[in-house]
Every structure is written in structure tokens, then in C-alpha cells.
Design a protein around this ligand. Structure first.
Ligand SMILES: *Cc1c(COP(=O)(O)O)cnc(C)c1O
Length: 215
């Protein structure tokens, strides 16, 4: 009951236009099913192999979102079913996703992950390379870029987190003027989603606040 209570509690505070991704990485199927039974249909995983196993054994109306770093040679394992890839940050990866989507007769929705945190460890595309990347995708028919994703620095300094989200939100609004079909801004996790929503997020990725701490 705890998981479904957590979901209901979070949902009751969310504005209607926000999608909630339940980040279920490392968690057993029984936990995902409890979330499913309370109405949750979108789950986020960070390893393609784990996501494929869960997809195999859980109900087929679940939408699976890839939120972890993607290795090009593994795209083929998720291409048959993934609903949204949040972590696209190179043309090489885009070309592979397009190829595997075509093989599966699908169009795969993706977000470009932008590097907004000052920390060096985070993946993502530098902001100034975004337009070039978007231009190169236009010709590809089996991949659709839906928006941007970003992760703020891991810090208790709310002002810093807010300013990083604000920067991404400004970039999103600027780029939307030219590419009007962009409609998703994925930012915010358990510790910072309230700030992310204030700064313009449309999609939050929440793990520990739903499922409890990971080991
Ligand atoms: C693990 C993870 C989350 C969820 O983190 P919590 O702090 O548990 O909410 C969100 N986004 C990404 C990219 C993650 O890897």
C-alpha cells in the first residue's frame, strides 16, 4: 500500500499538465505492479537490459521510458517497445535509433539531454550544439524529437538547482519558436521536482519518493 499512497500523494500536488514518470530502476516487478494497480502506466528505467526484462513480464499497456545513458550497440534491444528515450546526446545515437525504429516499423520519440549541471560527471549535449543536432534530425523519418531533458547538479543549494532549470527552460522556449512540435521538457526528480515545475517542467522523473531509497 505504501507505493500507491506515495503515488497518490505526489499526484495530488501536481498541476494537470505534468506527466509523472515512476522511476523503477533496481526495483522488483512486485513494486511496479503495486504502482500499476494504483493507476500508474509510465515507468522509467536506466538500463536497457533491465527494462527489456520488465517489459517482457509486465502488462503490455505500460509505457517504458529510457532515462539512462544509452550505448549505441544496445538500441536494438529496446527499439521494439520503448515509448520515449530521454537521454539522446549525439548524432551517432540518433542515426542508430532511426535505423532500429525503421527496422521495427516504428517512429521512436526522443528527448535531447542537455548538459545543464556544472558537475563534470553528467552526460548531455552542450547547449550551443543543440540547433545543429536538431537540423540533422529533420531528414530522418523514424525518429521524432519531442523536447529536452536535463538534470540539475546534485546539491542542497536550491538557488543553484533553480538557476540550472531556469536556463534549460529558457533554451526550451527559445528553440520551440523555431521547432514548434517540441512539447516535452523533462526535468525534476524526487528532491527537486517542485522547483522544476515552477521553472516550466512538463514531465518529472520520480524514483525514491515513490518506491523508497535504492540500495
Ligand atoms: C534515478 C533517476 C531519477 C530518479 O531519481 P530519484 O532521486 O530517485 O527520484 C530521475 N532521473 C534520472 C535520469 C535518474 O537516473
Amino acid at each position: 500500500m505504501k507505493i500507491s499512497n506515495n503515488i497518490q500523494k505526489i499526484k495530488s500536488t501536481l498541476p494537470n499538465h505534468i506527466s509523472l514518470i515512476a522511476v523503477s530502476k533496481t526495483k522488483p516487478n512486485s513494486d511496479l505492479l503495486e504502482a500499476y494497480d494504483s493507476g500508474q502506466r509510465i515507468f522509467g528505467e536506466n538500463k536497457i537490459q533491465d527494462m527489456s526484462k520488465k517489459w517482457d513480464s509486465l502488462p503490455k499497456d505500460i509505457e517504458w521510458h529510457m532515462i539512462g545513458h544509452v550505448q549505441t550497440n544496445k538500441v536494438k534491444y529496446m527499439a521494439p517497445f520503448v515509448s520515449l528515450i530521454h537521454t539522446v546526446d549525439s548524432l551517432k545515437l540518433i542515426i542508430e535509433i532511426n535505423k532500429q525504429a525503421l527496422k521495427n516499423n516504428r517512429i521512436i520519440d526522443c528527448l535531447i539531454q542537455i548538459r545543464i549541471a556544472e558537475e563534470e560527471t553528467k552526460f548531455g549535449l552542450p547547449e550551443n550544439q543543440l540547433e545543429d543536432l536538431l537540423e540533422s534530425v529533420i531528414a530522418l523519418k523514424s525518429i521524432k524529437i519531442r523536447g529536452l531533458m536535463g538534470m540539475a547538479s546534485f546539491t542542497s543549494d536550491d538557488l543553484k538547482v533553480r538557476s540550472e532549470f531556469n536556463k534549460l527552460s529558457k533554451l526550451f522556449n527559445k528553440i520551440k519558436k523555431k521547432y514548434s512540435n517540441l512539447d516535452i521538457l523533462s526535468m525534476g526528480m524526487s528532491s527537486d521536482y517542485a522547483i522544476a515545475i515552477e521553472e516550466g517542467s512538463t514531465m518529472i522523473r520520480v524514483g525514491s519518493k515513490i518506491f523508497g531509497e535504492r540500495n
